[in-house]
Design a protein around this ligand. Structure first.
Ligand code: AMP
Length: 386
């Protein structure tokens, strides 16, 4: 357990990272803001919201790290974009937007923003009067052994990036305690309360190694939709299965929201942008394009060579990954490259295909480990959009 008095951002951030890196069950607390002399808290410390990890169900007296315990809304010192850390304050803002008859586009994120996220924000801005970005690292989509504690939290740079886009109208930065009123533990068998699950699309592909994942995603997106009440919502094609799950969820729950799946933003060498890329060392980064190269080779096999049998389609993809894994080993690099899975599914049903129809829309996807970092990517076959 760790107590941190906020005297400036550095101390706060150090306290936060100490808590995040802890693998034991610990909370980071700050004392109520009133216990500090006025002027001793930096504006950033007031605004930095860090949500706790492993078991998020604090004892009554405990307070998860929050910027300002009494604030109903907060505004960054630069003042360009309002940042809301309570649902009530956000709803007041939303009411005003409704009064002004403006349409709202919504981009849900977990922060650590990169150009892929910002591309969604720009697309939303082109199609809507106001754009809301949420930043929330959602515990329910992480398993106990996954990287929730280590997931990058970079609010100040995220904020600056959003200001630079000139496209974001408001930031929603909700607390775990508000999003999960019944508390949330990463152990699925112990979870209590309401959850949303899209049956039939959640337990293949990414859902095999991560059986908890899409329930967590569908649940948090439903909650965020209920808060933001968007007209349109923007997601990245990089997370192809997520797009399929959420599209079905919007349809089946009769939500009055138009969904857009925006093409994947890539680095110049093809690597799909991802918040997790920052975990890669330069040596790892130098081989990290292997998955994109692999699935692109498989796609080329379809488009250029007319392959339609699964085995034939995926053969060059397996070969590329195997070769890179061997090279990394032969060079004695201090990490391993390991294939998690490759998949070829129908775009609608997400059922694995043994044979691809000539014009059948499909998703060719996969996941690899480069060291301990898990990278995912996909390419679309016979379709432009998910
Ligand atoms: P995340 O913060 O990783 O949950 O991502 C938030 C949203 O950004 C999701 O809809 C992702 O699919 C999308 N996204 C992440 N990376 C990319 C990318 N490289 N290109 C386009 N969208 C992305």
């Amino acid at each position: 357990m760790l107590f941190a008095a906020i005297r400036g951002p550095t101390l706060t951030q150090r306290a936060c990272s100490a808590c995040f890196s802890s693998t034991t069950r610990s909370y980071a607390f700050i004392a109520p803001t009133s216990s500090f002399r006025r002027g001793t808290r930096s504006p950033l410390a007031q605004q930095l919201i860090v949500t706790r990890a492993r078991l998020i169900d604090p004892p009554e007296s405990a307070i998860l790290i929050q910027p300002s315990l009494s604030s109903s809304s907060i505004t960054h010192p630069l003042g360009e974009i309002p940042v809301f850390d309570t649902i009530a304050a956000f709803r007041e803002w939303r009411k005003e937007i409704t009064r002004q008859n403006k349409t709202v586009g919504f981009v849900p994120t977990m922060g650590a923003l990169h150009d892929g996220h910002l591309g969604l924000v720009q697309t939303a801005r082109q199609e809507c009067d106001a754009v809301v970005v949420s930043i929330f690292v959602n515990p329910a989509q992480f398993a106990p052994h996954e990287d929730l504690d280590q997931y990058p939290r970079t609010f100040d740079t995220d904020y600056a990036s959003l200001v630079a886009t000139k496209a974001c109208s408001a930031i929603l930065l909700p607390k775990v305690s508000e999003m999960y009123p019944a508390g949330i533990t990463l152990d699925r068998t112990q979870q209590r309360g309401a959850f949303v699950e899209v049956v039939g699309l959640s337990h293949q592909m990414e859902g095999i190694p991560r059986p908890h994942f899409f329930r967590g995603v569908a649940t948090i997106v439903t909650k965020l939709f209920n808060i933001v009440q968007p007209d349109r919502a923007y997601f990245g094609q990089k997370d192809a299965q997520q797009c399929a799950v959420l599209r079905a969820m919007i349809r089946d729950l009769l939500l009055p929201i138009k969904m857009r799946a925006v093409p994947t933003s890539r680095e110049t060498d093809g690597l799909a942008m991802s918040s997790r890329n920052r975990y890669l060392t330069p040596e790892m980064r130098s081989v990290a394009t292997l998955l994109y190269r692999a699935i692109s080779a498989a796609k080329e096999n379809i488009v250029e060579h007319g392959a339609y049998e699964r085995e034939e389609i995926l053969k060059p993809a397996f070969a590329i990954i195997e070769q890179v894994a061997k090279d990394v080993k032969a060079k004695g690099l201090p990490f391993e490259v390991r294939l998690d899975y490759l998949s070829l599914v129908d775009v609608e049903t997400l059922s694995e295909l043994q044979q691809l129809g000539k014009t059948q829309a499909a998703v060719l996807s996969g996941a690899v480990y480069v060291g301990t970092t898990r990278l995912i990517d996909n390419v679309l076959i016979n379709t432009e959009e998910l």
